[in-house]
Design a protein around this ligand. Sequence first.
Ligand code: URA
Length: 209
Amino acid sequence: MSNVHLIDHPLVQHKLTLMRRKDASTNSFRRLLNELALLMTYEVTRDLPMQDIEIETPLETMTAKVVDGKKLVFVSILRAGNGILEGMLNVVPGARVGHIGLYRDPKTLTAVEYYFKMPSDMHERDVIVVDPMLATGNSAIAAIDRLKETRPKSIKFVCLLTCPEGLAAMAKSHPDVPIYTAAIDRQLNEHGYILPGLGDAGDRIFGTK
Ligand code: URA
C-alpha cells in the first residue's frame, strides 16, 4: 500500500482521539476537524511544485519560491466533506472548490450522484478530494470516476479515517490515486460504518442527530 500515507503526527492523532469520543460536542467535533484538516493539508501539499520568482525585500532583491501552476482544487464530497474544507482553505485560501453530491443507497450501499460542480480548466489543475470517512469506498470511487472525466493533472484523496475494505476497494478502482489518512481502523460493520470509527461524520459535524 505504497499509495497510502498514514499521517501519524502526534497532534493529528491526539485530535482524532478527542473527536472519536462519543461525548465530544458538535462544537468541539467541528473545531477539531477544522484543526485536523489544516494539519493534514500541510502533509498532502508537501510535494507541490514550486517556481522561483524575483522579489524585493525592504533591503534587496532576491529570488524566492512560490507555488507553481494554476490554483489547486479542493473537491468536497457532500455533505461531510464540507467539514474539512474550512481548515484546508485556511492554509490555501486561494484554492478553488468543487462539490460532488453523492448519497449512499441504504440498501445497496452504492453511491448515487445528485450534484456535480467543478471550476473551469480542470485539465490544468491538481485536485484534492476530501471526505472524512473512506468506508466501503463506493462514494470515493464514484466521485473519482466522475472527476477523471474532467482530466485533472492529478488527484489525491484525503480522509480522516479508513479501513482495510475501503483501501482495498480504492486500490482496485483507482490505484493511481494517493490516499492520505489519519488512521486505518479495524473493519466495516454490516451497515457500512467503520469500527471503532467515530460514528456518522456528517451528523457529528452538523449536529443532525
Ligand atoms: N460514513 C460515516 O460517516 N461513518 C462511517 O463510519 C462510515 C461512513
